[in-house]
Design a protein around this ligand. Sequence first.
Ligand SMILES: [Zn+2]
Length: 292
Amino acid sequence: MESRNNRIFGLVVTFLSILLIGLSYLYFYYTSENRSLRSKLTALSLVETQVYDIESIDKQIEDYKNIDEAIKNKYDEYYSNIAKLEEKITKGESSVKIAYLTFDDGPYDLTYKVLDTLKANNVRATFFVLGKDGVEDRYKRIVNEGHTLANHTYYHNIGKGLYDSVDGFISQVDKLENYLYDITGYRTTLVRFPGGSPTAKGLKDGIVNELHNRGYKYVDWTSETGDGSSKKLAQKDTWAWYQDTTRDKDIIVLLMHDYNYSTYNNLQRIIDDLKARGFIFLPLHNKSIMAN
Ligand SMILES: [Zn+2]
């Protein structure tokens, strides 16, 4: 009797052992199957992402092939948005104000310091330059540091031939354009008339027509530090000019000269003051409503 019970017990234990081994096997089989299924799914989703990536990479490669075009398009988009902001400001629909700082007649030695101050403040400005030898590094710095390099004619010879004829004026714009392009690889799109556009008198319309034919616009100014009249203006005078001519304006084009220490010594104060009054600083561009 006892030995029979032992045999039955043995059989039950053997049966249970086999069952346990069987179940363990099934468990491991299915979980590993699951795991491999899951890893296949992950791989598949990666492939999907890669297909998407390949499409966007193709587009990027297309951009790289036409990199000048792509950069130009980006700038166009950026400047169009600024033009929209300008319109909002003029309609009183924006609390933002825009300051276009402009420096004429350079580059000079002082241009280095002006560039340093702008860089330290993360401010972009515009330089209406002339044609000069030995200042190539300054033209390059202006472009490389994100400022607008703009055309102020090669010689700036007001009263000595500049405004004798439309062709004469345009030849100086072309001469400077070619000179700057050789040095920087950058094409200018903005011109400032030496002395301002009224100085061209009866030639103005003819010159503007020719400028437009070449894709240029011209920019005068709304405000100034008065430093063009004398290099010896006291610092308090350029400050007073600045305050008087920027009052009650939401978009300003501030005329300064990067040869004048009187202006330079106020530059940090001007930047701080404009910031405190809610202005942002932008480089000029030919989609601006300030460009004609
Ligand atoms: Zn000038």
